[in-house]
Write a protein that binds this ligand. Structure first.
Ligand code: UT7
Length: 319
């Protein structure tokens, strides 16, 4: 029996930090409102010349170094992003060239804030089937490019960043199970409804969100998908050593943990420093908890996320 296992993690956050105080000077908001409603204190913002593949490059190099692999070892690249460098080629192909890797499959996954869980689940299939040995799985986002900086209801919530893992063949599990869901009937609740046509942008190229509906849906489906993952593995919520949720809002994270009976000491949070980095948020939080020594060998780690589409999913791992 072949399994897949994460053997290295990496992250990258752009240098520039935008604090809630900075935002007070830009829109009608307050540090107090942002902190109490979301838990966010600051977020990182990419340089205007940076694109998603640039952030992905740094995160990938960190992950490959941690894994002890080089370019020649990587035989699959999947990038989860909602903010690709361009319409095509895919950000994964651009990243492949920047990394100096030649001739391995490379493609993007578009599942918004669940993108990393979708990408990891896809890579897991490739690795377990023997189709590839070492997959580079990346979440990279530059939401600062798709925010209307005059819209206080969205511009205070998001940040830029990238996280990456190397997923490799292993005789021991690794990824125990993955669980993916989508419901397109909610597509209008959270979207960037613009498109390119006839040489022009048609519609709105900025995030549009019904925050309250997203909030309620998120708390409901995140609890469901975590219960699905632990039931499939004949486990209890108490068996989970680390819950690594998508980092959108500390209130969503706390509500989900409370419903599951998982104490906050077992929940990794980074939303205070990163804001919501969409597909990058889970691998960034994972990398943080691996590097600061919280996640140790043999522990059970549960990743979960929800995002536009709606999409949602979870992955249960033995570290
Ligand atoms: O990654 C997945 C994507 N997104 C999410 O997961 C986000 C999910 N939703 C949320 O996190 C929350 O719904 C928000 C943080 C977006 C909003 O929090 P809320 O507690 O649901 O607030 P609300 O939308 O009910 O708005 C309350 C008030 C409104 O004023 P009125 O109508 O009560 O007078 C808003 O106009 O807060 C106002 N408001 C703000 N005030 C100051 C909205 N944005 C701001 C702001 N600063 N930035």
């Amino acid at each position: 029996m072949m399994y897949s296992k994460i053997i290295g993690t990496g992250g990258y956050l752009p240098e520039k930090i935008l604090t809630n105080k900075d935002l007070e000077a830009m829109v009608d908001t307050s540090d107090e409102w942002i902190r109490t409603r979301t838990g966010i204190q600051q977020r990182h913002i990419a340089h205007k010349d940076q694109v998603a593949s640039d952030l992905a490059l740094y995160a990938s190099q960190n992950a490959m170094q941690a894994a002890g692999v080089t370019q020649k070892d990587i035989d699959l690249i999947i990038v989860a992003t909602t903010t690709p460098d361009m319409v095509f080629p895919s950000t994964a192909c651009i990243l492949q060239e920047k990394l100096g890797i030649d001739n391995c499959p490379a493609f993007d996954v578009q599942a918004v804030c669940s993108g990393f869980v979708y990408a990891l689940a896809t890579a897991d299939m490739f690795v377990r089937s023997g189709k590839c040995r070492n997959a580079l799985v990346v979440g990279s986002e530059i939401y600062s490019k798709i925010l209307d900086w005059n819209d206080r209801s969205t511009c205070v919530l998001f940040g830029d960043g990238a996280g990456a893992v190397v997923l490799s063949q292993s005789e021991h599990p690794g990824i125990l199970s993955t669980h993916l869901h989508a419901s397109g009937s909610y597509s209008k609740v959270l979207s960037v409804p613009g498109s390119i046509g006839g040489g022009e942008i048609q519609g709105t190229p900025f995030i549009n969100m019904d925050g309250n509906t997203v909030f309620k849906f998120a708390v409901k489906v995140l609890e469901e998908v975590v219960r699905e993952a632990i039931a499939e593995n004949n486990l209890q919520a108490a068996d989970i050593d680390w819950l690594i949720p998508h980092q959108a809002n500390i209130r969503i994270i706390k509500s989900t943990a409370k419903k599951l009976g998982i104490p906050m000491e077992k929940v990794v949070t980074a939303v205070n420093k990163h804001g919501n980095t969409s597909a990058a948020s889970i691998p960034l939080a994972l990398d943080m908890a691996v590097r600061d020594g919280r996640i140790n060998s043999d522990q059970l780690v549960l990743l979960e996320g929800v995002g536009g589409g709606f999409t949602w999913g979870a992955a249960l791992l033995r570290w």
